[in-house]
Write a protein that binds this ligand. Structure first.
Ligand code: FA5
Ligand code: MG
Length: 562
């Protein structure tokens, strides 16, 4: 896996591509053990991290199968056949099943759930097309975190190991984000990354050798089996950012830390002030809700949190300003002030953790998640005596605010009427070219009371239920009040609809649910809104699509149609 440096780095004389996984992380001079007693270092090494061993990730041996056994000649031959396929991404079913993704062959196993419809979207790299709103937004975000303080990376290949996406980040074994109902698995070792945090460990490692660079951003496409509506799409783009402070100079650990605290305070002071009205609902850090890490000094921690919050408030303000300036003067007046709030959150790899929401089109829209990096993550990356923050934003959410784009599907459009409206470095208001009629169709069915093969992990862990879960796996969506075994997950119907109708569906909503008192069976009714962004759909076409959705629901999930 490669982190590809972008922007200023492409101009730099040093190598543009950095194989971070191949590097042996060396401990920086400021962290040399001789400065402190070996017992102190040993104590730090033993610090537990939730549920996981967090050794640095290694590339999976390409000669081994998912189960770890040596590849036999049939598998090797099948891989060769996959590799020879003409198209970039393709699924092949023969005596074995597998996929070619961005040129690499993978053999499927019982965990695989990627589909052609999702693989067709792999490799579009919208963030690299200079005139595309996603790339324009990415550049704007990167400009708020400039070089040489921040390195900027992109990672083209979305296939990562389960270890990098979840294990290294301390995701509990039963975190809902790991579920096949929420995540696209290539096989039991590999998945389509669900967040850019999958590259956090490698990016932190890259900071070890840096002299002036103390932070980074990573931009990439991420994949989630999610709901279908105007702000959610199974592929979207994230940008991850982080900054660390190593210990300052000093004769003792105490003095070095005091110097570091003073440095953070000074840098906080130097951050640009913002004018936005912010409601902060996450100022108290309690053991139960949003704990401080035991190794952090509370005064220093508060400074890091303030630095994080102010950096992101600056980002949100810049986006809002750019959006406002793109309007004509009359519309600018009506645009109104920005309403933004901080709320508590939970991520396995940060604590305390937060989310930013802004008020958009009459409701609160989540823009990003962030927090203070779990110390074991920094330690494992070779940044043992550093403290730092990290954030992850959804680029589409920012782009929709910036350009006034009402539906996330538009960002995947290849229609010239859409793409022709944007050019690099410019924020322009999206002009709707037409609104085509909606066609609503309901599908009602009894769900199968026995656990379905496609949804083996239904329940949320106690650590994550009722809170926003990282990297997908919304614990609140899996029907927490469900009394029967998890036979059906809402993302299952979303996936079927996506496979059959792709971006011809605007949204899918649960409109009715009830349990039959005598049998205890449960009935669900979903309303599918078929509407193309580019043309009027005919009745026949919609009926055909809807019949296919019904047939697939029946065959894949054994539901009984009503
Ligand atoms: C994460 O993915 C964390 N990795 C973010 C993070 C990074 C936290 C570093 C702490 C430190 P979350 O699942 O909330 O968190 O997603 C981050 C953002 O991605 C969301 O705030 C939202 O803006 C965007 N997002 C999430 N799901 C979708 C989707 N289906 N479509 C479009 N944007 C989405
Ligand atoms: Mg979230």
């Amino acid at each position: 896996m490669h982190l590809l440096r972008t922007g200023a780095f492409l101009r730099a004389a040093r190598s543009a591509e950095l194989a971070v996984h191949g590097l042996r992380a060396s401990v920086p001079a400021s962290c040399s053990q001789s400065r402190w007693s070996s017992s102190q270092v040993a104590a730090e090494e033993q610090r537990p991290f939730p549920n996981q061993s967090v050794e640095p990730s290694r590339e999976v041996d390409p000669n081994k199968t998912a189960a770890g056994s040596k590849e036999d000649s049939v598998q090797a031959d099948f891989k060769k056949r996959l590799q020879k396929l003409g198209q970039e991404n393709k699924i092949l079913h023969e005596n074995l099943s597998g996929a070619k993704i961005l040129g690499n062959p993978y053999i499927f196993d019982e965990t695989s759930n990627v589909s052609d419809s999702i693989l067709n979207l792999v490799g579009r790299n919208l963030y690299d097309i200079p005139d595309h709103p996603i790339a324009i937004t990415r550049n704007l975000i990167e400009s708020c975190f400039p070089f040489p303080e921040f390195n900027h990376f992109t990672v083209k290949d979305p296939v990562v190991t389960v270890k990098d996406n979840f294990d290294v980040l301390g995701f509990p074994a039963d975190h809902p984000g790991r579920s096949r109902t929420d995540t696209y698995y290539v096989n039991s070792n590999h998945l389509l990354r669900t967040h850019t945090s999958a590259h956090q460990h490698a990016a932190f490692q890259s900071l070890v050798a840096e002299k002036y660079v103390t932070g980074y951003t990573i931009c990439a496409d991420v994949y989630r089996r999610d709901s279908i509506d105007r702000t959610h799409f199974p592929v979207f783009h994230q940008m991850e950012g982080a900054k660390v402070w190593g210990l300052g100079a000093g004769e003792s650990r105490f003095l070095a830390q005091t110097a570091r605290t003073a440095k953070i305070a000074k840098q906080l002071d130097a951050l640009p002030k913002t004018d936005i009205e912010v409601e902060d609902q996450a100022t108290v850090f309690s053991k139960e809700n949003n704990p401080i890490q035991s190794e952090h000094d509370p005064v220093e921690l508060q400074l890091v949190v303030k630095h994080l919050k102010r950096s992101l408030e600056f980002l949100v303000e810049q986006i809002h300003k750019a959006a406002k300036e793109s309007l004509d003067p009359a519309a600018r007046e009506a645009f109104g002030p920005l309403k933004m709030r901080w709320i508590e959150a939970y991520f396995p790899f940060t604590t305390p953790s937060f989310e930013v929401e802004v008020f958009w089109k009459g409701e609160w829209l989540e823009l990003l998640g962030c927090g203070v990096v779990q110390q074991p993550i920094l330690n494992n990356a070779g940044l043992r005596y550093s403290i730092g923050w990290a954030w992850g934003v959804g680029i589409e959410r920012f782009a929709m605010l910036l350009f006034g784009i009402p539906d996330i599907r538009l960002l995947w459009s290849t229609d010239k009427r859409f793409l022709g409206q944007f050019s690099r470095g410019k924020i322009t208001r999206f002009e709707p070219f037409s609104k085509y009629p909606a066609c609503y169709k309901d599908i009602a069915f009894w769900i199968n009371p026995s656990p379905a093969g496609a949804s083996p992990v239904g329940a949320a862990s106690s650590a994550t239920s009722g809170v926003a879960a990282a990297a997908g796996g919304d614990a609140t969506k899996a029907s927490p009040a469900e009394t029967q075994p998890a036979a059906f997950h809402e993302n299952d119907i979303m996936e079927v609809v996506r496979d059959v109708a792709g971006s011809l569906v605007e949204d899918v909503k649960l409109v009715d649910e009830f349990v039959q008192p005598t049998s205890g069976r449960k009935s669900l009714c979903y309303r599918i809104n078929y509407r193309s962004l580019e043309r009027t759909l005919t009745n026949e076409e919609v009926n055909r699509l809807h019949d296919e959705v019904a047939a697939k629901m029946k065959s894949r999930f054994k539901v009984e149609l009503r």
